[in-house]
Ligand binder design. Structure first.
Ligand code: SF4
Length: 212
């Protein structure tokens, strides 16, 4: 298959369990819950997206004809090629499950990668991904019901934390909705976590410190 990638970049993971960890982000083009066009936002399943995932024109983006060509392109972003540290890639989007397949997982593992995925949880995932983070979106039905991390943007009408707290994830995060009520939403997350210690606060630290 040909993989369409919006951008590839090296930064610190800003959110969730791996916050602060150096990571290569591979942002796949396209999402199944929104076209990415502003004129479609009000009719989309997912309304609050803050990501440009249209096209292949970002830094490092493009079309990749084979799994190994994409894996090798991602590998070039990792700095410490001589150390034992496994390179760490976060497959994101858009919705990475539209394109991430077993062939690409295998190619990345051949190059020693530890592979994380950030998905909306509505599509099947290939086997052998090392870290699965599901971020459920209101008005959608998740089918990935277990994993390493469940990260819920909060508050979302009809998508309350209680809907997910009995699923089989190792970590549960609430992340404030980044809209005009961000400081109110942050306090609501803090209050909820304090009252429900199963949940931890996730901040979008990359936005706070001004990195990609
Ligand atoms: S599911 Fe994720 S990538 Fe897709 S529109 Fe919503 S926030 Fe954006």
């Amino acid at each position: 298959m040909t993989y369409s990638v919006k951008e590839i970049f090296y930064t610190l993971q800003g959110e969730g369990f791996h916050s602060g960890r150096p990571a290569i982000f591979c942002r796949f083009t396209g999402c199944n819950l929104w076209s990415g066009r502003e004129q479609d936002r009000s009719d989309a399943v997912c309304h609050f997206c803050d990501t440009d995932f249209i096209g292949t024109d970002g830094p490092g983006g493009g079309k990749f004809d084979t799994p190994i060509s994409l894996a090798e392109s991602i590998r070039k972003f990792w700095p410490n090629k001589e150390t034992d540290q496994h390179p760490f890639v976060v497959c994101t989007g858009g919705e990475p499950a539209l394109q991430l397949d077993e062939a690409l997982v295998s190619a990345l593992h051949q190059l020693d990668f530890e592979i994380a995925v950030e998905t909306n949880g509505t599509l099947p995932l290939p086997a052998n991904i090392d870290w699965v983070c599901v971020s459920p979106k209101a008005n959608s039905k998740i089918i990935i019901l277990k994993g390493n991390e469940l990260k819920l943007v909060y508050p979302q009408e009809k998508n309350t934390p209680e809907k997910f707290s009995s699923l089989h994830f190792d970590h549960f995060f609430l992340q404030p909705m980044d809209d005009e009520r961000l400081s109110y939403n942050t306090q609501a997350c803090i209050n909820y976590c304090l009252q429900h210690p199963q949940w931890k606060l996730s901040l979008q630290t990359h936005k706070i410190i001004g990195i990609p």
